[in-house]
Design a protein around this ligand. Structure first.
Ligand SMILES: Cc1cc2nc3c(=O)[nH]c(=O)nc-3n(C[C@H](O)[C@H](O)[C@H](O)COP(=O)(O)O)c2cc1C
Length: 379
């Protein structure tokens, strides 16, 4: 350290900041203020007599040896440069002492750091108070980590802000667990919701299926429940996210026969919530064709085609080579269900036309992810 004699106040300040020992003319050399401490630390929460005597040195050991990253910034210098950092802080951030000292801690922030979190820290410091903020930071190698930053002001003997102390906890793993737990909770809610929907459909099937005999009733209920089960497996194979329309249609129709059946249409991914209702509607149509229509006789043909229309689809169901039923089937569960599922649940419309050689059907679904009210048990 150099010793300089000066009278000028500005020069004194400047030299002080350059770590120069200042002596006034005709005065004994004074130790510069920076070397004298005008701050006195908190008393330990518990200390024996010996502990008290060694308290300062022990505190230094503790600061250095703790596994919690810690840093101190000088609040009397512009932009709060780092003046102290422990090993844990260097380990956490990947920077060396040289790279950190004299810099502001904002060097840990980056592209994805929330501006709101930075503003929160700014407010804490401006109000010279204690506070905690979770903020996304980056190590020297660019990897991101979630930093639970705790800030605490250190005042001098006059009560003026002298330093800011901060400790950092890497909460990345904790946040990951939280995100997973949240995803799991959403999944359970979704499973609950879907199970209730399926049970509502099963309830409708059981209560509304009509047959002349108990055996026929049991068979029709079983067929419909099996249709649900097939779609369920298709959804499971697709990770419960969606299923392709082609697969939904083929799966339900193939059960009743594949001869004379043509399925064609662009690739349409049906969102999970619409897969069950759509699968059941196709089952009803195919089962009907197998009893009364094109799939009930040799030479009968069934053409199922669709095209996209806006967010939805238009599906054409065309049977040929099948004589029309003597009376139009009305009011049976098949028709009730088609109305309930396609119109009420999926918000679509169905146009039926009984031609000379078979049924023509046009199903318009304006939006594939618009599942309205749950299938009502009293359609
Ligand atoms: C002692 C101390 C430690 C700090 N540690 C961090 C830190 O670990 N991570 C961080 O993103 N910001 C930290 N900050 C906050 C920034 O240094 C800065 O105050 C903040 O970005 C708001 O100021 P700005 O808007 O000028 O950047 C710390 C601040 C102080 C005073």
């Amino acid at each position: 350290m150099q010793v300089i004699v000066s009278k000028e106040r500005e020069t004194v300040e400047l030299l002080r900041s350059l770590d120069v020992l200042i002596c006034r003319k005709n005065e004994r050399c004074r130790v510069p203020e920076a070397d004298k401490s005008d701050i006195h630390g908190d008393q330990p929460a518990a200390a024996s007599k010996q502990g008290k005597a060694d308290h300062k040195e022990l505190a230094t050991f503790a600061f250095q040896r703790t596994r919690m990253p810690m840093v101190v910034s000088d609040a009397r210098q512009p932009d709060y440069p780092i003046v102290l950092a422990n090993d844990a802080f260097l380990n956490l951030t990947g920077y060396s002492a040289d790279e950190l000292l004299g810099k502001n801690c904002r060097m840990l922030q980056g592209e994805e750091t929330s501006r709101t979190a930075v503003a929160e820290i700014r407010a804490i410091i401006a109000q010279e108070r204690e506070g905690t903020v979770e903020i996304l930071n980056y190590r020297k190698d660019g990897t991101a980590f979630w930093n639970q930053l705790h800030l605490s002001p250190i005042r001098d003997d006059e009560g003026q802000l002298a330093y800011y102390f901060a400790s950092q906890i890497d909460v990345t793993a904790y946040r990951k667990v939280q995100t997973l737990e949240e995803a799991e909770r959403r999944l359970l809610l979704e499973v609950d919701h879907r199970t209730k929907n399926v049970l509502a459909i099963v309830d409708s099937i059981v209560r509304l299926s009509r047959s002349d005999s108990a055996a026929a009733y049991a068979a029709s209920v079983q067929q419909r429940v099996q249709a649900l089960s097939r779609t369920h497996m298709l959804l499971a194979d697709n990770g419960w996210q969606q299923a392709y329309l082609h697969d939904i249609v083929r799966l339900q129709v193939a059960v009743f026969g594949e001869d004379g059946v043509k399925i064609e249409g662009s690739e349409v991914a049906v969102p999970a919530q619409s897969v069950q209702p759509l699968g059941l509607a196709i089952h009803e149509l195919a089962a009907n064709a197998a009893v009364h229509g094109a799939l009930s006789r040799p030479g009968g043909r069934l053409h199922i085609g669709w095209q996209r229309q806006g967010d939805g689809i238009v599906l054409e169901w065309a049977e040929s080579g099948a004589s029309p039923p003597k009376t139009e089937p009305r009011g049976g569960f098949g028709n009730v269900l088609l109305g309930a599922v396609l119109e009420r649940q999926l918000g679509g419309s169905v146009t039926r036309e009984w031609r000379e050689d078979g049924l023509r059907l046009r199903i318009e679904l304006p939006s594939l992810d618009r599942v309205g009210a749950k299938l009502r048990s009293n359609p």
